[in-house]
Design a protein around this ligand. Structure first.
Ligand code: GDP
Ligand code: MG
Length: 202
């Protein structure tokens, strides 16, 4: 996945593209809930802090192409320490999430945007307000609106993101042997090799 090129794999003559998408935002905005909604189409009221990077692969059909989004959650790391560069590395898109019931989470989005600009400048940035099943208290709310709780807006978000990814990154194709997306050192040892590689479970 160099130079922002999506990984591609030929499966039974059909090429698949894999884009890495990372979830970002303050603690409690609903990153893990959104991942659960995308992964299992369910809402777990009390999400667990596992401290292991979680991910899922979501296949989106776009213009007769199968596009795979490899979506990564911080799994609570941001609660205790800053995210490492390897979390951002080679990301094609960053979903920047705020909570429509907490103004401060929208204010802090600019910090996450700065990190994206620093560590994965090629990534498309998508601003998303979560928890629209609740009454919004955020003034001047912006971006896509979703609810991880009800699922509202989630398909639209993924379809729109996929269209934008294809438009931006489709120019060059690269074939790789393995669909697996490796995320090394996602929590510790930033930049150093580590046997604790975490692989996309798709
Ligand atoms: N009502 C409502 N609650 C949500 C929604 N998404 C997440 N939550 C709740 O917000 C809290 C934090 O969610 P979580 O996914 O752990 O946030 P994270 O820290 O960003 O991963 C949990 O109590 C969730 O049940 C949503 O769309 N609607
Ligand atoms: Mg979480």
């Amino acid at each position: 996945m160099e130079n922002g090129t999506p990984e591609s794999l030929s499966l039974e003559g059909k090429e698949q593209k894999v884009f890495k998408v990372i979830l970002l935002g303050e603690v409690g905005v609903g990153k893990t809930s959104l991942l659960n909604r995308i992964k299992d189409n369910k809402f777990v009221e009390k999400t667990q802090i596992t401290m292991t990077t979680d991910n899922c692969c979501k296949v989106i059909h776009h213009n007769n192409q199968r596009i795979t989004l490899s979506i990564w959650d911080t799994a609570g790391v941001e609660r205790f320490q800053s995210l490492t560069r390897s979390y951002y590395r080679d990301a094609h898109a960053a979903i920047l999430i705020y909570d429509v019931t907490r103004q401060s989470t929208l204010r802090h989005i600019s910090n996450w945007q700065e990190d994206v600009t620093r560590y994965c400048p090629q990534a498309i940035q998508v601003l998303v307000g979560n928890k629209i099943d609740l009454k919004s208290t955020v003034e001047d709310s912006q971006g896509c609106k979703v609810s991880a709780c009800t699922g509202a807006g989630v398909d639209d978000l993924l379809n729109q993101l996929t269209a934008n990814l294809v438009t931006k990154f489709n120019k060059k194709q690269e074939y790789v042997k393995n669909l697996t997306v490796t995320l090394k050192d996602s929590i510790n040892n930033d930049g150093n090799s580590n046997n604790d590689s975490r692989k996309c479970s798709c």
